[in-house]
Design a protein around this ligand. Sequence first.
Ligand SMILES: [Zn+2]
Length: 66
Amino acid sequence: MPMFILCTEASTRCDRCGNPIETSDWYPMEKERDSDGELRLYSFCSDGCKEAWLDESEGVEEGETS
Ligand SMILES: [Zn+2]
């Protein structure tokens, strides 16, 4: 079973669907601060995946401001 692997060096995978990303080509990325205030980099296999990921993350309440 494939698993979600984040921040691996050898292979880049879509942070939403887990598909391998062809890193020789341009691919969509997104920066976001996590709950610890740490900047995280997300990469996506396609613009569609990035849009869907953004939609999903917008559903999370942003009540916390530290
Ligand atoms: Zn994807």
